[in-house]
Design a protein around this ligand. Structure first.
Ligand code: M6R
Length: 623
Protein backbone atom coordinates (compact mmCIF):
# COMPACT_ATOMS: atom_id res chain seq x y z
CA UNK A 1 0.00 0.00 0.00
CA UNK A 2 1.33 3.44 -0.86
CA UNK A 3 0.77 6.21 1.62
CA UNK A 4 1.37 9.71 0.43
CA UNK A 5 0.44 12.89 2.21
CA UNK A 6 -0.46 15.87 -0.04
CA UNK A 7 2.55 18.19 -0.24
CA UNK A 8 0.90 21.14 1.53
CA UNK A 9 -0.14 18.86 4.36
CA UNK A 10 3.17 17.18 4.92
CA UNK A 11 5.06 19.76 6.88
CA UNK A 12 2.70 21.09 9.45
CA UNK A 13 1.18 19.02 12.16
CA UNK A 14 -1.17 20.57 14.64
CA UNK A 15 -0.46 20.51 18.34
CA UNK A 16 -4.07 21.09 19.39
CA UNK A 17 -7.30 19.73 17.92
CA UNK A 18 -9.60 22.17 16.14
CA UNK A 19 -13.14 21.60 14.86
CA UNK A 20 -15.77 23.96 13.47
CA UNK A 21 -19.09 23.23 11.77
CA UNK A 22 -21.99 25.08 10.15
CA UNK A 23 -24.88 23.01 8.84
CA UNK A 24 -28.17 21.28 9.51
CA UNK A 25 -26.93 18.80 12.14
CA UNK A 26 -26.54 19.69 15.82
CA UNK A 27 -23.21 21.51 15.45
CA UNK A 28 -22.22 21.06 19.10
CA UNK A 29 -22.42 17.28 18.69
CA UNK A 30 -20.64 17.34 15.33
CA UNK A 31 -17.65 19.28 16.65
CA UNK A 32 -17.47 17.04 19.73
CA UNK A 33 -17.41 14.01 17.44
CA UNK A 34 -14.70 15.68 15.35
CA UNK A 35 -12.58 16.24 18.46
CA UNK A 36 -13.01 12.55 19.34
CA UNK A 37 -11.49 11.71 15.98
CA UNK A 38 -8.42 13.76 16.86
CA UNK A 39 -8.15 12.21 20.33
CA UNK A 40 -5.34 9.79 19.36
CA UNK A 41 -2.94 12.77 19.19
CA UNK A 42 -3.22 13.57 22.89
CA UNK A 43 -4.60 16.65 24.65
CA UNK A 44 -5.15 17.85 28.19
CA UNK A 45 -8.42 19.83 28.12
CA UNK A 46 -11.25 20.59 25.73
CA UNK A 47 -14.08 23.00 25.07
CA UNK A 48 -16.91 23.86 22.74
CA UNK A 49 -18.54 27.22 21.88
CA UNK A 50 -21.82 27.50 19.99
CA UNK A 51 -24.27 30.08 18.79
CA UNK A 52 -27.62 30.18 20.60
CA UNK A 53 -30.64 32.33 19.78
CA UNK A 54 -29.65 34.66 22.61
CA UNK A 55 -25.86 34.74 22.37
CA UNK A 56 -23.00 32.29 22.70
CA UNK A 57 -22.69 29.17 24.82
CA UNK A 58 -19.35 27.95 26.13
CA UNK A 59 -18.54 24.62 27.81
CA UNK A 60 -14.97 23.73 28.83
CA UNK A 61 -13.28 21.10 30.95
CA UNK A 62 -9.72 20.13 31.86
CA UNK A 63 -8.91 16.46 31.38
CA UNK A 64 -10.22 13.88 28.98
CA UNK A 65 -13.01 14.45 26.49
CA UNK A 66 -15.47 12.48 28.63
CA UNK A 67 -15.32 15.33 31.19
CA UNK A 68 -16.60 17.66 28.46
CA UNK A 69 -19.09 14.96 27.44
CA UNK A 70 -20.61 14.91 30.94
CA UNK A 71 -20.98 18.68 30.86
CA UNK A 72 -22.59 18.53 27.42
CA UNK A 73 -24.96 15.82 28.65
CA UNK A 74 -26.06 18.15 31.45
CA UNK A 75 -26.36 21.28 29.28
CA UNK A 76 -27.61 19.58 26.09
CA UNK A 77 -26.41 22.33 23.70
CA UNK A 78 -28.23 22.61 20.38
CA UNK A 79 -26.81 24.81 17.64
CA UNK A 80 -26.33 25.03 13.91
CA UNK A 81 -22.85 26.58 14.27
CA UNK A 82 -20.17 25.56 16.75
CA UNK A 83 -16.43 25.43 17.25
CA UNK A 84 -14.42 23.11 19.50
CA UNK A 85 -10.87 22.63 20.64
CA UNK A 86 -8.77 20.03 22.41
CA UNK A 87 -5.77 21.72 23.95
CA UNK A 88 -2.20 20.62 24.36
CA UNK A 89 -1.04 23.30 26.76
CA UNK A 90 1.72 25.76 25.86
CA UNK A 91 0.80 28.86 27.89
CA UNK A 92 -0.71 28.14 31.28
CA UNK A 93 -1.54 24.85 32.97
CA UNK A 94 -4.27 22.53 31.66
CA UNK A 95 -7.25 23.90 33.62
CA UNK A 96 -10.92 24.62 32.86
CA UNK A 97 -10.15 28.32 32.58
CA UNK A 98 -7.21 27.90 30.23
CA UNK A 99 -9.14 25.53 27.95
CA UNK A 100 -10.30 27.06 24.64
CA UNK A 101 -12.44 28.65 23.23
CA UNK A 102 -12.08 32.08 24.86
CA UNK A 103 -14.41 35.06 24.81
CA UNK A 104 -13.37 38.58 23.90
CA UNK A 105 -13.95 41.36 26.45
CA UNK A 106 -17.56 41.92 25.35
CA UNK A 107 -18.51 38.23 25.18
CA UNK A 108 -19.74 38.69 21.59
CA UNK A 109 -16.97 36.55 20.11
CA UNK A 110 -15.57 33.12 20.95
CA UNK A 111 -12.17 32.21 19.55
CA UNK A 112 -10.02 29.11 19.58
CA UNK A 113 -6.40 28.87 18.55
CA UNK A 114 -3.62 26.48 17.73
CA UNK A 115 -0.12 27.99 17.78
CA UNK A 116 1.79 30.57 19.77
CA UNK A 117 1.28 34.34 19.86
CA UNK A 118 4.74 35.70 20.49
CA UNK A 119 3.79 39.25 21.47
CA UNK A 120 0.88 38.29 23.73
CA UNK A 121 2.45 39.70 26.90
CA UNK A 122 2.94 43.20 25.41
CA UNK A 123 -0.60 43.09 24.00
CA UNK A 124 -2.04 41.89 27.30
CA UNK A 125 -0.43 44.78 29.20
CA UNK A 126 -1.76 47.23 26.60
CA UNK A 127 -5.28 45.75 26.85
CA UNK A 128 -5.22 45.77 30.66
CA UNK A 129 -4.34 49.48 30.54
CA UNK A 130 -7.51 49.94 28.46
CA UNK A 131 -9.59 48.15 31.11
CA UNK A 132 -9.68 44.59 29.77
CA UNK A 133 -9.84 41.74 32.26
CA UNK A 134 -8.69 38.19 31.60
CA UNK A 135 -9.95 34.84 32.86
CA UNK A 136 -6.99 32.70 31.76
CA UNK A 137 -3.22 32.71 31.41
CA UNK A 138 -3.35 31.94 27.69
CA UNK A 139 -2.06 33.84 24.71
CA UNK A 140 -5.31 32.84 22.96
CA UNK A 141 -7.52 34.90 25.25
CA UNK A 142 -5.35 37.91 24.41
CA UNK A 143 -5.92 37.21 20.70
CA UNK A 144 -9.69 36.97 21.37
CA UNK A 145 -9.63 40.40 23.02
CA UNK A 146 -7.66 41.89 20.13
CA UNK A 147 -10.23 40.42 17.72
CA UNK A 148 -13.02 41.88 19.86
CA UNK A 149 -11.41 45.34 19.77
CA UNK A 150 -11.22 45.18 15.98
CA UNK A 151 -14.88 44.14 15.68
CA UNK A 152 -16.10 47.71 15.42
CA UNK A 153 -17.12 50.50 13.04
CA UNK A 154 -19.46 48.24 11.11
CA UNK A 155 -16.78 45.64 10.34
CA UNK A 156 -17.89 42.08 9.80
CA UNK A 157 -16.04 39.30 11.66
CA UNK A 158 -13.92 38.51 8.61
CA UNK A 159 -12.69 42.12 8.42
CA UNK A 160 -12.10 42.21 12.17
CA UNK A 161 -9.97 39.07 11.75
CA UNK A 162 -7.88 40.79 9.04
CA UNK A 163 -7.30 43.76 11.34
CA UNK A 164 -6.53 41.65 14.41
CA UNK A 165 -3.97 39.55 12.56
CA UNK A 166 -2.00 42.70 11.78
CA UNK A 167 -1.49 43.19 15.53
CA UNK A 168 -0.46 39.62 16.29
CA UNK A 169 2.97 38.06 15.83
CA UNK A 170 3.52 34.31 15.81
CA UNK A 171 1.97 31.14 14.52
CA UNK A 172 -1.76 30.56 14.52
CA UNK A 173 -4.79 28.74 13.26
CA UNK A 174 -7.85 30.60 14.59
CA UNK A 175 -11.54 29.84 14.39
CA UNK A 176 -14.12 32.34 15.65
CA UNK A 177 -17.87 32.77 15.90
CA UNK A 178 -19.86 35.84 16.83
CA UNK A 179 -23.28 36.53 18.30
CA UNK A 180 -23.88 39.02 15.51
CA UNK A 181 -23.33 36.73 12.54
CA UNK A 182 -25.48 33.63 13.06
CA UNK A 183 -24.49 30.63 11.01
CA UNK A 184 -21.03 32.04 10.17
CA UNK A 185 -17.62 30.83 11.17
CA UNK A 186 -14.39 32.67 10.37
CA UNK A 187 -11.01 30.95 10.42
CA UNK A 188 -7.46 32.06 9.67
CA UNK A 189 -4.11 30.38 9.46
CA UNK A 190 -0.48 31.41 9.48
CA UNK A 191 2.10 28.67 10.04
CA UNK A 192 -0.28 26.42 12.02
CA UNK A 193 -2.28 23.97 9.92
CA UNK A 194 -5.96 24.22 9.08
CA UNK A 195 -8.09 22.22 6.68
CA UNK A 196 -11.65 22.81 5.54
CA UNK A 197 -14.29 20.28 4.54
CA UNK A 198 -16.93 20.98 1.91
CA UNK A 199 -20.20 19.10 2.34
CA UNK A 200 -23.71 19.17 0.90
CA UNK A 201 -25.44 22.00 2.76
CA UNK A 202 -22.74 21.93 5.42
CA UNK A 203 -19.16 23.24 5.67
CA UNK A 204 -16.51 22.76 8.31
CA UNK A 205 -12.91 23.37 9.38
CA UNK A 206 -10.50 21.27 11.41
CA UNK A 207 -6.86 21.12 12.34
CA UNK A 208 -6.45 17.74 10.76
CA UNK A 209 -8.11 15.60 8.09
CA UNK A 210 -9.34 12.66 10.28
CA UNK A 211 -11.87 14.99 11.92
CA UNK A 212 -13.57 15.63 8.58
CA UNK A 213 -13.73 12.15 7.08
CA UNK A 214 -17.11 10.99 8.47
CA UNK A 215 -18.71 14.15 7.07
CA UNK A 216 -16.96 14.74 3.77
CA UNK A 217 -14.04 13.61 1.68
CA UNK A 218 -13.83 16.95 -0.18
CA UNK A 219 -11.04 18.74 1.64
CA UNK A 220 -9.30 22.09 1.15
CA UNK A 221 -5.81 22.15 2.65
CA UNK A 222 -5.54 25.82 3.33
CA UNK A 223 -2.43 27.63 2.23
CA UNK A 224 -0.52 29.81 4.61
CA UNK A 225 -1.82 33.31 5.38
CA UNK A 226 -5.43 32.67 4.44
CA UNK A 227 -8.78 33.56 5.98
CA UNK A 228 -11.87 31.43 5.45
CA UNK A 229 -15.39 32.64 5.98
CA UNK A 230 -18.08 30.01 5.77
CA UNK A 231 -21.72 29.26 6.41
CA UNK A 232 -23.59 26.06 5.61
CA UNK A 233 -23.80 27.08 1.94
CA UNK A 234 -21.09 29.67 1.48
CA UNK A 235 -17.33 29.17 1.46
CA UNK A 236 -14.76 31.79 0.58
CA UNK A 237 -11.03 32.17 1.00
CA UNK A 238 -9.12 35.45 1.08
CA UNK A 239 -5.64 36.60 1.97
CA UNK A 240 -5.00 38.71 5.06
CA UNK A 241 -5.92 41.87 3.11
CA UNK A 242 -9.30 40.53 2.06
CA UNK A 243 -8.38 39.74 -1.55
CA UNK A 244 -10.24 36.65 -2.78
CA UNK A 245 -7.96 33.64 -3.29
CA UNK A 246 -8.44 30.46 -5.23
CA UNK A 247 -8.25 27.18 -3.41
CA UNK A 248 -7.76 23.60 -4.45
CA UNK A 249 -10.11 20.82 -3.46
CA UNK A 250 -8.56 17.42 -2.70
CA UNK A 251 -10.55 14.21 -2.63
CA UNK A 252 -9.25 12.18 0.29
CA UNK A 253 -9.40 8.44 -0.16
CA UNK A 254 -7.39 7.41 2.92
CA UNK A 255 -8.93 5.21 5.54
CA UNK A 256 -9.21 6.67 9.03
CA UNK A 257 -6.04 4.99 10.29
CA UNK A 258 -3.94 6.41 7.45
CA UNK A 259 -5.54 9.81 7.99
CA UNK A 260 -4.53 9.83 11.67
CA UNK A 261 -0.98 9.40 10.54
CA UNK A 262 -1.32 12.29 8.11
CA UNK A 263 -1.09 9.91 5.18
CA UNK A 264 2.14 8.40 6.46
CA UNK A 265 2.51 4.72 7.12
CA UNK A 266 3.65 5.17 10.73
CA UNK A 267 3.65 7.84 13.40
CA UNK A 268 7.43 7.63 13.60
CA UNK A 269 8.00 8.82 10.04
CA UNK A 270 5.24 11.40 10.43
CA UNK A 271 7.02 12.75 13.50
CA UNK A 272 10.39 12.71 11.71
CA UNK A 273 8.81 14.83 8.98
CA UNK A 274 7.33 17.23 11.52
CA UNK A 275 10.80 18.30 12.66
CA UNK A 276 11.13 21.47 10.55
CA UNK A 277 7.86 22.66 12.03
CA UNK A 278 8.88 21.51 15.52
CA UNK A 279 12.08 23.56 15.27
CA UNK A 280 10.15 26.66 14.19
CA UNK A 281 7.72 26.15 17.08
CA UNK A 282 10.50 25.52 19.56
CA UNK A 283 12.21 28.78 18.55
CA UNK A 284 8.96 30.78 18.43
CA UNK A 285 9.14 33.76 20.74
CA UNK A 286 12.61 32.79 21.93
CA UNK A 287 14.76 34.76 19.48
CA UNK A 288 13.90 38.45 19.25
CA UNK A 289 14.10 40.65 16.15
CA UNK A 290 17.41 41.89 17.60
CA UNK A 291 18.60 38.23 17.65
CA UNK A 292 18.57 38.24 21.43
CA UNK A 293 17.72 34.83 22.89
CA UNK A 294 15.13 35.06 25.63
CA UNK A 295 13.68 32.04 27.39
CA UNK A 296 10.54 32.38 29.44
CA UNK A 297 10.52 30.10 32.46
CA UNK A 298 14.29 30.11 33.02
CA UNK A 299 16.02 31.47 36.14
CA UNK A 300 16.96 35.10 36.74
CA UNK A 301 20.30 36.46 35.54
CA UNK A 302 21.78 36.37 39.05
CA UNK A 303 21.16 32.62 39.25
CA UNK A 304 22.86 32.07 35.91
CA UNK A 305 25.83 34.08 37.17
CA UNK A 306 26.07 32.01 40.32
CA UNK A 307 25.86 28.48 38.95
CA UNK A 308 29.21 26.65 39.09
CA UNK A 309 28.22 23.22 37.73
CA UNK A 310 25.40 21.58 35.80
CA UNK A 311 24.18 18.01 36.20
CA UNK A 312 21.93 16.79 33.41
CA UNK A 313 19.76 13.85 34.42
CA UNK A 314 17.55 11.89 32.01
CA UNK A 315 16.88 8.53 30.36
CA UNK A 316 17.17 7.14 26.84
CA UNK A 317 16.88 9.66 24.06
CA UNK A 318 16.51 12.51 26.54
CA UNK A 319 19.85 11.45 28.09
CA UNK A 320 21.42 11.60 24.64
CA UNK A 321 20.07 15.11 24.19
CA UNK A 322 21.68 15.84 27.58
CA UNK A 323 25.05 14.70 26.21
CA UNK A 324 24.69 17.33 23.52
CA UNK A 325 23.80 19.87 26.21
CA UNK A 326 27.03 19.00 28.02
CA UNK A 327 28.95 19.86 24.86
CA UNK A 328 27.11 23.16 24.42
CA UNK A 329 27.62 24.20 28.05
CA UNK A 330 31.26 23.18 28.21
CA UNK A 331 32.27 24.41 24.74
CA UNK A 332 30.34 27.69 24.77
CA UNK A 333 30.12 28.49 28.49
CA UNK A 334 33.14 26.64 29.93
CA UNK A 335 30.65 25.48 32.55
CA UNK A 336 31.47 22.01 33.96
CA UNK A 337 28.59 19.68 33.09
CA UNK A 338 27.98 16.04 33.89
CA UNK A 339 25.30 13.75 32.48
CA UNK A 340 23.68 10.99 34.51
CA UNK A 341 21.20 8.28 33.69
CA UNK A 342 18.30 8.91 36.06
CA UNK A 343 18.21 5.23 37.05
CA UNK A 344 21.82 5.46 38.23
CA UNK A 345 21.59 8.89 39.77
CA UNK A 346 18.63 8.06 41.99
CA UNK A 347 20.60 5.44 43.94
CA UNK A 348 23.93 7.25 43.94
CA UNK A 349 25.43 9.54 46.50
CA UNK A 350 26.01 12.40 44.08
CA UNK A 351 28.48 15.21 44.71
CA UNK A 352 26.10 18.13 44.57
CA UNK A 353 27.47 21.60 45.14
CA UNK A 354 24.94 24.10 46.53
CA UNK A 355 25.64 26.35 43.55
CA UNK A 356 24.94 23.62 41.01
CA UNK A 357 21.91 23.25 38.79
CA UNK A 358 20.21 19.95 37.99
CA UNK A 359 18.52 19.82 34.58
CA UNK A 360 15.92 17.12 33.99
CA UNK A 361 15.11 16.37 30.37
CA UNK A 362 11.98 14.39 29.58
CA UNK A 363 9.54 14.20 26.72
CA UNK A 364 6.70 12.74 28.78
CA UNK A 365 7.57 14.42 32.07
CA UNK A 366 6.44 11.22 33.78
CA UNK A 367 9.50 8.93 33.64
CA UNK A 368 9.67 7.31 37.08
CA UNK A 369 13.47 7.20 37.35
CA UNK A 370 13.80 10.87 36.38
CA UNK A 371 11.09 11.84 38.83
CA UNK A 372 12.86 9.97 41.65
CA UNK A 373 16.19 11.62 40.75
CA UNK A 374 14.46 15.01 40.78
CA UNK A 375 13.10 14.39 44.27
CA UNK A 376 16.60 13.40 45.42
CA UNK A 377 17.93 16.76 44.19
CA UNK A 378 15.14 18.57 45.94
CA UNK A 379 15.89 16.81 49.22
CA UNK A 380 19.45 18.06 48.76
CA UNK A 381 18.14 21.59 48.09
CA UNK A 382 19.64 21.74 44.62
CA UNK A 383 18.07 24.08 42.05
CA UNK A 384 16.16 22.13 39.41
CA UNK A 385 15.18 22.99 35.86
CA UNK A 386 12.97 20.81 33.65
CA UNK A 387 13.18 20.63 29.87
CA UNK A 388 9.89 18.92 29.21
CA UNK A 389 7.47 18.41 26.35
CA UNK A 390 4.21 17.62 28.14
CA UNK A 391 2.86 20.70 29.88
CA UNK A 392 1.65 20.11 33.42
CA UNK A 393 3.36 16.68 33.66
CA UNK A 394 4.90 15.61 36.99
CA UNK A 395 8.47 16.66 36.17
CA UNK A 396 7.22 19.98 34.78
CA UNK A 397 5.25 20.62 37.97
CA UNK A 398 7.90 19.53 40.43
CA UNK A 399 10.97 21.29 38.98
CA UNK A 400 11.70 24.81 40.26
CA UNK A 401 11.54 26.06 36.69
CA UNK A 402 10.54 24.53 33.41
CA UNK A 403 11.23 25.23 29.77
CA UNK A 404 8.83 23.55 27.39
CA UNK A 405 10.12 22.05 24.17
CA UNK A 406 6.85 22.78 22.34
CA UNK A 407 7.32 19.76 20.07
CA UNK A 408 3.66 18.71 20.14
CA UNK A 409 2.42 15.23 21.07
CA UNK A 410 4.85 12.43 20.27
CA UNK A 411 3.05 9.14 19.72
CA UNK A 412 5.69 6.80 18.33
CA UNK A 413 7.58 4.96 21.08
CA UNK A 414 10.82 5.81 19.30
CA UNK A 415 11.47 9.42 20.14
CA UNK A 416 12.55 11.61 17.22
CA UNK A 417 11.13 15.12 17.20
CA UNK A 418 11.47 15.33 20.99
CA UNK A 419 15.25 14.82 20.67
CA UNK A 420 15.57 17.60 18.13
CA UNK A 421 13.46 19.95 20.25
CA UNK A 422 15.43 19.09 23.40
CA UNK A 423 18.77 19.81 21.73
CA UNK A 424 17.46 23.07 20.29
CA UNK A 425 16.22 24.16 23.73
CA UNK A 426 19.59 23.25 25.26
CA UNK A 427 21.33 25.39 22.64
CA UNK A 428 18.91 28.28 23.29
CA UNK A 429 19.62 27.93 26.98
CA UNK A 430 23.39 27.93 26.40
CA UNK A 431 23.06 31.12 24.34
CA UNK A 432 20.86 32.72 26.98
CA UNK A 433 23.43 31.95 29.68
CA UNK A 434 26.32 33.02 27.42
CA UNK A 435 24.76 36.47 27.12
CA UNK A 436 24.18 36.76 30.86
CA UNK A 437 27.70 35.60 31.65
CA UNK A 438 29.14 37.72 28.83
CA UNK A 439 31.11 34.80 27.45
CA UNK A 440 34.00 35.97 25.28
CA UNK A 441 34.32 34.32 21.89
CA UNK A 442 30.66 33.28 21.57
CA UNK A 443 29.16 35.07 18.58
CA UNK A 444 25.59 35.18 19.86
CA UNK A 445 24.12 36.90 16.84
CA UNK A 446 25.66 34.45 14.46
CA UNK A 447 24.39 31.50 16.48
CA UNK A 448 20.90 33.00 16.67
CA UNK A 449 20.90 33.52 12.90
CA UNK A 450 22.01 29.93 12.38
CA UNK A 451 19.34 28.63 14.74
CA UNK A 452 16.67 30.46 12.79
CA UNK A 453 17.73 28.58 9.66
CA UNK A 454 17.57 25.18 11.33
CA UNK A 455 13.93 24.47 10.42
CA UNK A 456 14.59 25.00 6.72
CA UNK A 457 17.78 23.00 6.90
CA UNK A 458 15.94 20.14 8.56
CA UNK A 459 13.52 20.29 5.64
CA UNK A 460 16.43 19.90 3.23
CA UNK A 461 17.66 16.88 5.20
CA UNK A 462 14.22 15.28 4.88
CA UNK A 463 14.61 15.36 1.12
CA UNK A 464 17.08 12.48 1.58
CA UNK A 465 14.19 10.23 2.59
CA UNK A 466 13.89 8.28 -0.68
CA UNK A 467 17.65 7.80 -0.96
CA UNK A 468 17.83 6.59 2.62
CA UNK A 469 14.95 4.20 2.05
CA UNK A 470 16.75 2.66 -0.94
CA UNK A 471 20.00 2.48 1.00
CA UNK A 472 18.26 0.92 4.00
CA UNK A 473 16.76 -1.75 1.76
CA UNK A 474 20.22 -2.70 0.50
CA UNK A 475 21.47 -3.01 4.09
CA UNK A 476 18.79 -5.11 5.77
CA UNK A 477 20.95 -8.22 6.05
CA UNK A 478 23.36 -6.32 8.29
CA UNK A 479 23.64 -7.97 11.69
CA UNK A 480 25.85 -5.42 13.45
CA UNK A 481 26.02 -1.66 12.96
CA UNK A 482 28.64 0.58 14.52
CA UNK A 483 27.86 4.25 15.17
CA UNK A 484 31.06 6.25 15.31
CA UNK A 485 32.17 9.86 15.31
CA UNK A 486 34.19 12.40 17.20
CA UNK A 487 33.08 15.24 19.44
CA UNK A 488 29.36 15.97 19.06
CA UNK A 489 29.11 13.40 16.27
CA UNK A 490 29.99 10.73 18.84
CA UNK A 491 27.08 11.85 21.03
CA UNK A 492 24.63 11.82 18.11
CA UNK A 493 25.87 8.33 17.24
CA UNK A 494 24.50 7.05 20.55
CA UNK A 495 21.07 8.28 19.56
CA UNK A 496 21.35 6.81 16.04
CA UNK A 497 22.26 3.46 17.59
CA UNK A 498 19.38 3.57 20.08
CA UNK A 499 16.90 4.23 17.27
CA UNK A 500 18.17 1.31 15.21
CA UNK A 501 18.19 -1.27 17.99
CA UNK A 502 14.89 -0.07 19.40
CA UNK A 503 12.79 -0.45 16.26
CA UNK A 504 14.79 -2.62 13.85
CA UNK A 505 16.17 -5.00 16.53
CA UNK A 506 19.63 -4.81 14.98
CA UNK A 507 22.62 -5.04 17.33
CA UNK A 508 24.72 -1.90 17.50
CA UNK A 509 28.03 -0.85 18.92
CA UNK A 510 28.58 2.83 19.55
CA UNK A 511 31.65 4.70 20.72
CA UNK A 512 33.88 7.67 19.85
CA UNK A 513 35.71 6.77 16.64
CA UNK A 514 39.11 7.12 18.30
CA UNK A 515 38.24 4.40 20.82
CA UNK A 516 37.82 1.70 18.18
CA UNK A 517 41.41 0.54 18.30
CA UNK A 518 41.17 0.01 22.06
CA UNK A 519 38.82 -2.96 21.65
CA UNK A 520 35.66 -2.63 19.53
CA UNK A 521 37.66 -2.87 16.29
CA UNK A 522 37.89 -6.62 16.99
CA UNK A 523 34.22 -6.91 16.01
CA UNK A 524 34.74 -5.54 12.52
CA UNK A 525 34.50 -8.10 9.74
CA UNK A 526 32.83 -8.27 6.32
CA UNK A 527 29.10 -7.61 6.61
CA UNK A 528 29.47 -5.12 9.47
CA UNK A 529 28.24 -1.59 8.74
CA UNK A 530 29.82 1.48 10.34
CA UNK A 531 27.84 4.72 10.34
CA UNK A 532 30.29 7.58 10.75
CA UNK A 533 29.12 11.05 11.75
CA UNK A 534 31.62 13.43 10.16
CA UNK A 535 30.04 16.85 10.47
CA UNK A 536 32.85 18.50 12.43
CA UNK A 537 35.48 19.81 9.98
CA UNK A 538 38.05 20.20 12.78
CA UNK A 539 38.45 16.42 13.12
CA UNK A 540 37.51 15.22 9.67
CA UNK A 541 40.98 13.99 8.80
CA UNK A 542 40.98 11.88 11.95
CA UNK A 543 37.60 10.45 10.99
CA UNK A 544 38.94 9.52 7.54
CA UNK A 545 41.73 7.55 9.25
CA UNK A 546 39.15 5.77 11.41
CA UNK A 547 37.12 4.95 8.30
CA UNK A 548 40.19 3.36 6.73
CA UNK A 549 40.76 1.27 9.86
CA UNK A 550 37.25 -0.16 9.51
CA UNK A 551 37.50 -0.70 5.75
CA UNK A 552 40.84 -2.50 6.14
CA UNK A 553 38.99 -5.13 8.19
CA UNK A 554 36.17 -5.57 5.69
CA UNK A 555 33.59 -3.20 7.19
CA UNK A 556 31.27 -1.08 5.01
CA UNK A 557 30.98 2.65 5.64
CA UNK A 558 28.02 5.01 5.62
CA UNK A 559 29.33 8.52 6.25
CA UNK A 560 27.14 11.48 7.18
CA UNK A 561 28.86 14.73 6.38
CA UNK A 562 28.04 18.31 5.41
CA UNK A 563 27.38 19.43 1.85
CA UNK A 564 30.54 21.57 1.74
CA UNK A 565 32.76 18.52 2.28
CA UNK A 566 34.01 16.29 -0.51
CA UNK A 567 36.75 14.54 1.43
CA UNK A 568 34.65 11.41 1.87
CA UNK A 569 33.48 11.16 -1.74
CA UNK A 570 34.99 8.00 -3.16
CA UNK A 571 36.29 7.04 0.30
CA UNK A 572 33.13 5.83 2.05
CA UNK A 573 30.89 3.32 0.24
CA UNK A 574 27.83 5.47 1.02
CA UNK A 575 27.77 9.20 1.78
CA UNK A 576 24.79 11.27 2.95
CA UNK A 577 25.21 15.04 2.89
CA UNK A 578 23.32 17.46 5.10
CA UNK A 579 23.40 21.28 4.87
CA UNK A 580 26.48 22.82 6.46
CA UNK A 581 25.80 25.36 9.20
CA UNK A 582 28.29 27.76 10.76
CA UNK A 583 28.26 25.75 13.99
CA UNK A 584 29.65 22.28 14.59
CA UNK A 585 27.00 21.79 17.27
CA UNK A 586 24.14 22.57 14.92
CA UNK A 587 25.65 20.35 12.21
CA UNK A 588 25.56 17.51 14.71
CA UNK A 589 21.92 18.19 15.68
CA UNK A 590 20.91 17.95 12.00
CA UNK A 591 22.85 14.72 11.54
CA UNK A 592 20.47 12.91 13.89
CA UNK A 593 17.69 13.17 11.29
CA UNK A 594 19.26 10.89 8.62
CA UNK A 595 20.03 8.41 11.41
CA UNK A 596 16.37 8.43 12.45
CA UNK A 597 15.36 7.86 8.82
CA UNK A 598 17.89 5.05 8.43
CA UNK A 599 16.51 3.26 11.50
CA UNK A 600 12.94 3.80 10.35
CA UNK A 601 13.50 2.48 6.83
CA UNK A 602 15.58 -0.50 7.94
CA UNK A 603 12.81 -1.43 10.39
CA UNK A 604 10.17 -0.96 7.71
CA UNK A 605 11.99 -3.07 5.15
CA UNK A 606 12.43 -5.74 7.82
CA UNK A 607 8.70 -5.65 8.53
CA UNK A 608 9.08 -4.61 12.19
CA UNK A 609 6.26 -3.22 14.33
CA UNK A 610 7.58 0.34 14.20
CA UNK A 611 5.39 2.52 16.38
CA UNK A 612 5.13 -0.04 19.16
CA UNK A 613 8.41 -1.96 19.28
CA UNK A 614 8.48 -5.16 21.32
CA UNK A 615 9.17 -4.91 25.07
CA UNK A 616 8.98 -1.10 25.15
CA UNK A 617 6.47 1.53 26.30
CA UNK A 618 6.17 5.19 25.39
CA UNK A 619 6.26 6.46 28.91
CA UNK A 620 8.18 4.46 31.52
CA UNK A 621 6.28 5.29 34.68
CA UNK A 622 7.54 2.31 36.66
CA UNK A 623 11.02 1.64 37.89
O1 M6R B 1 9.61 10.65 28.38
P1 M6R B 1 11.09 10.65 28.56
O2 M6R B 1 11.79 11.59 27.63
O3 M6R B 1 11.53 10.87 29.98
O4 M6R B 1 11.52 9.18 28.14
C1 M6R B 1 12.85 8.78 28.25
C2 M6R B 1 13.08 7.47 27.53
O5 M6R B 1 12.26 6.47 28.06
C3 M6R B 1 12.82 7.59 26.02
O6 M6R B 1 13.59 8.59 25.44
C4 M6R B 1 13.14 6.26 25.32
O7 M6R B 1 14.51 6.00 25.37
C5 M6R B 1 12.65 6.31 23.88
N1 M6R B 1 11.90 5.15 23.59
C6 M6R B 1 13.77 6.39 22.88
O8 M6R B 1 13.31 6.42 21.58
Amino acid sequence: MVFQAPAAYVRLTPVCGIAGYAGPKNAAEVVYDQLKRLEYRGYDSAGVAFQTPTGLGLLKRAGRLNALRSLMDEEKPEASTAIAHSRWATHGAPTDRNAHPHYDQSGRIALLHNGIIENYLELKEELIRRGHTFQSETDTEVAAHVLGEEYRDGRILEQAMQAAIKRLRGAFAFVAISTEEPGRLVAARSASPLVAGLGEGENMVASDIPALLPYTRRVVILENDRIVSLTRDEFRVTDFNGHPKEYEETLIDWDVEAAEKGGYEHFMIKEIHEQPDVIHRCLAGRIGDDLRVKIEGAFSDSVWQEIDRVNIIACGTAFHAGLMGKRFFEDLLRLPTDCFYSSEFRYSDPLLSPRSLAIFISQSGETADSLAALRLCQRNRIRTLGIVNVVGSSIARECDRVIYTQAGPEISVASTKAYTAQTIVLMLLALHIARVREMPGVDLNRMAEELRLMGDRAQTVLELDDDISALAKSLIDTKLVFFLGRNADASVGLEGALKLKEIAYIATQECPAGEMKHGPLALIEPGVLAVFGSTDPRVREKVVSNIKEVQARGGTILAITTDDDSSLDGVAEHVLKIPATRSVHLNAILSAIPMQMLAYHMARHLGCEIDQPRNLAKSVTVE
